[in-house]
Design a protein around this ligand. Sequence first.
Ligand SMILES: [Fe+2]
Length: 212
Amino acid sequence: MKVKQQVRELFPTPLWVLDIPPSDAEPFNAKLREAIEKIVAPRPNVPSGSNWQTPHDLHTRPEFADFTQLIEISARSVAQFLQVDRYPMMITGCWANINPPSAYHPTHNHPNNYLSGVYYVSVPAAGPDLIFQDPRPVSIMPWTGKLTPHTANAAAEQAVPGRMVLFPSWLRHHVPSNEGTSERISISFNLMFRNFAETAASPRWKATAGEA
Ligand SMILES: [Fe+2]
């Protein structure tokens, strides 16, 4: 008997990866790095394994205006992809992370936001990358000898200077220990719908009786 098989790829978990050409990224990152250094100086002592983090208001500071614009342009294109661009979004937080050698960032997500992202200012040759975890609650995945989206329970996105990675805020992720000899500098940010309750939260279905 012949059987026709079809595969439905359900419930995708998208990432959006945007790269600035290296010739543009280099001067852009030098400026960002200088602005970040100014904010964190003088650097307080931090425990081994932890990092320095700026305040969460970088998107309101003039020296980050070009960067803020980059976030806004990128988020708009993601919103268009997801067909939610009719609902305006705003940046709710934006901060820089400086991970010295041996610093790491444990597993977390970004509650109370729709879209989150990270941009890489400086990354040691050895990484580390950004690791996303399988969001499905239970996984039974016998080893097939090959990692594919169907067999992996984590996925690494390479951290490259000039790269921005956007992802759904609920997606859990972590940054392994910096095994390089230089600092890993990134800028993280969150976005949420500006008027969520007023514009996007009413029921999706139509009433079947009574007046609207
Ligand atoms: Fe994060």
